[in-house]
Structures are given as structure tokens and as C-alpha cells.
Design a protein around this ligand. Sequence first.
Ligand SMILES: NC(=O)c1ccc[n+]([C@@H]2O[C@H](COP(=O)([O-])OP(=O)(O)OC[C@H]3O[C@@H](n4cnc5c(N)ncnc54)[C@H](O)[C@@H]3O)[C@@H](O)[C@H]2O)c1
Length: 477
Amino acid sequence: MQLTEAPVEERTYSFWEQVNRMFDRAAAHTKHPKGLLDQIKACNSVYRMEFPVKRDDGSIEVVRAYRAEHSHHKLPTKGGIRYAPNVTEDEVMALAALMTYKCAIVDVPFGGAKGGVKIDRRKYSEAELERITRRYTYELLKKNFIGPGVDVPAPDYGTGPREMAWILDTYNSFSSNPLEALACVTGKPVGQGGVRGRKEATGRGVFFGVREACSVEEDMKALGLQTGLGGKTVVVQGLGNVGYHAAKFLQEGGAVLVGLAEIEGAIYNPDGLDLEAVMEHRRRTGSILNFPGAKNLERSQDALELPCDILVPAALENQITVENAPHIQAKIIAEAANGPVTIEAEEILLKKGVLIIPDVYLNAGGVTVSYFEWLRNLYHVRFGRLSKRFEERTFSRILEVIEDLTGKKVPVELVQEVAHGADEEDLVNSGLEETMINAYQEILAIRREHGVDLRTAAFIDAINKVAQSYLELGIFP
Ligand SMILES: NC(=O)c1ccc[n+]([C@@H]2O[C@H](COP(=O)([O-])OP(=O)(O)OC[C@H]3O[C@@H](n4cnc5c(N)ncnc54)[C@H](O)[C@@H]3O)[C@@H](O)[C@H]2O)c1
């Protein structure tokens, strides 16, 4: 009997289902019992809310929003807040689950969470966005879905340091402990307890991850590419926080940006595009289109099919589906966004031999640096100026607080290093670089051991670490 391969069809799984299918595929390579795997997979709590907001013209609008805490195996839970018109409960649950696995992969001691507010932020004034952000924060506070040891938000699609400062200020207004309150949110402006390097961290992490992947000789050989980043052609979709910084660091690292896509369309120049010049052109004209020397592509989606070595989707999920996967020409897909490749599309791409660097690893730079920010906020003072005896006492108190909040021991050297670090940004960036390199090597070793793709290897890594944590904790009651 001849066996024929079943055709790959788009089954339109929801985002949450897709993440769980990725989980199941990896779980099959572990020896954990089904009950424990179910415990890891479950989304522990979701708060769905609707609240009224007063528009500038005096009218009232009801806004729907969510916060999902996927896993309480480590506290606080951690994850960004997204402002987008297509936010759903399914989406925040999926993104929260990815956060749990992401934190485990880079050994950051948080559970996963995600928030979403269903609005198109471009349709609101700054004052309206502030009211929405403050009310959302109040709702989270009311239900104990925010706090330095409970759940700590950060920026995601559609939000940034400005929103994080509003969250901090609102939290502070209700907090009886303003010293601790600083650690209730990360990604804050530097003057409000943020750390230098957080804004760039996810994009910089993407760069470190891609550079690491390009240094693996066996993979580059299989793709017919030279080892190293130098001269590799890159297309980036989405020039927001993550996409812009990823593009910037990749270009600085020697890669050539040949295609850039934003919401209004895409541009292509096989000889290379100067990122800063494109951004300046967009600021001036309101669009990346008609950039001198580049060809316009009217549909931004078309950029995904451009010839290049590395494609960096950095906008939203479900961008590469069974529809366009057969037309993808990139040899490497670097998932800067969360969930940009559907599980069915991935099947097609893997068969074509495309190397996919998975989101759960590649965009972990943001949460890694958020961890540094959170730790630093818990110290609250700048230690370099204090007496040695006072420092010693303060250090041990800080370690106690961190241990209380996380259940994890933090080496005193780390606290000292951060506290005394002359150049915080250097420290943050080198910590990030080391984290991204180590995590990639860990995933690579698992891939080799099990003969699986990189995403499955990353999920195996995450599952094993979260399983260990749950086994140590036991179950209440
Ligand atoms: N901000 C972080 O630290 C962080 C961390 C990890 C993962 N992520 C993920 O990275 C992705 C992007 O997040 P961000 O923080 O950069 O958001 P952002 O809002 O700063 O930027 C997103 C950009 O994508 C553009 N865009 C939207 N749809 C597009 C399309 N179809 N084609 C081209 N461009 C499009 C938007 O106009 C915007 O400029 C999301 O999936 C997010 O979950 C973000």
C-alpha cells in the first residue's frame, strides 16, 4: 500500500488553540504525566471588564478590556498590555501563555500574564487614552490583578512608557506603600524608575537571537548561507517599538535592510534602505511609501513574500498563514512579534527547510530587561552614595523582600553589581546579551537531542522548567 501525505489545510485554530497545539507537540517529547501537563497549560485566571469612558466631546463610550494571568507557578505574573481594536479574551490568554513559556526559557522568575484593551488608539486623544489607562489600572487594582508581588504589566502593541507612567501614578494614588509601588509596572520612563535600555530591549534581544542563529554553521550550511550576520538581506514588517529597534540593531550589525512594511504599505530596494532616512521620510510625509530609490508595494502583506535571507515579522499574530506560506522566499523567519506564523503555515515552511526562530525565545529581551527594572525598583535607593554598614543592612533587607515576593534566592552579587553599576545601560545590555546567547544554546542542545524544530525545542525547555516548579510547590490543599 502506498501512503500519501495528507494535504495541509487551514483549520483556523484560535490563537489560544494554536499555542496549546505547539505545547502538545512538545509535551509528546517529555515524560510528564497528563495531569501535570494540563496544570501547566491551564490559564489560571482571566478578568474581563467593561467600563465607561468619557470622550472629549462629552459622549460616553463603553470599553472592553482583559487581563489574563496564565500561570501562578511564579509570582508576580508578568506581561504587557496591548491596545488594539482586535483584542479578544482568546488572544490575551494565548499571549499570557506565551509569556509563561518565554519567562521559563530565559530563566526569569515570573509567571505569564497579558492585558488587552479593545481600542484603536489612533482614534483617541491623549487625554482620552489617559482616562482609559487610569480606569483600566483602577479595575485591575480593585480585583488584585496588579501589584509588585502580584502581577506586573509592561508595554506591548499600542502602549509605551507614557502609559506605564500613568499606570504607576494611578497605582500610587491608592497604594499605602509608595516605596514598593514603583515595582508595580515596568517599561516606565527612565525618570520614573525605568531602566535605560528597556525601550530598545525587545528589538536588541531580537538582534542577539538572530546573530546567534546565524553563527550556527550546520544551520547556515543547510540554508546555503554564509555564517554570520554580515551582508544578509532583511525584510521587517512593523516599525513600532520592536520592529524599529530590531531593524536598527540588525543594520548596525551588518545586515542589509531591503524591505520595510508599515500599516500603509511597504517599500523594497534590493540595494538596501537606510532605516533612519525612511523613518524621517515617514515623519515628514506620514508614510513610508514613495521613499526615494525604493519600489512601492501597496499591500503591506506583500513584503512578507519579498526575496530576502531573513524575514522579521514585528507587528501582530497570524501574518504568515497557509495562504502566503508557499510564497515566502526568506530562508530564516525571526519571530519578533508574538504568534506571527500559524501552526499550519509552520508545517509548510519547515518542509521547505525554513529556519524559524520562535517568538517564545526571540522576543524575550523585553521581559528580561523588565526583570532588571523590577529588581532595581525594589531596591529603590541608589546605593553608591550610602555608608557600607547601611548598605549591608539594606542589601540583606532587599534580598529578603525579593525572596518573599518570588520565593527565589537572588545572589547578593547580582544586587551589588546592579546597585553599584557605574553604567546601568551597559550592565542591562550585557545581561540581556548573555541571557539571549545562553537561552539559544540551551534550545539548540534540546533540538539536537530530540531531533525537533527550534520552536518545539523551546517549548520542551519551558515545559520541563515549569513542571519542575509545580512539582516543587505541590498542590493546595
Ligand atoms: N513591546 C515589547 O516590549 C514587546 C515584547 C515582546 C513582544 N512584543 C510583540 O511585538 C509585536 C509588536 O509590538 P510593539 O510593542 O512593537 O508594538 P507597536 O505598537 O510599538 O508597533 C507595532 C507596529 O506595527 C505596525 N503594524 C500593524 N499592523 C501592520 C501590518 N499589517 N503591516 C505592517 N505594519 C503593521 C503598527 O502600525 C505599528 O507601528 C507584538 O506582537 C507584541 O506582542 C512586544
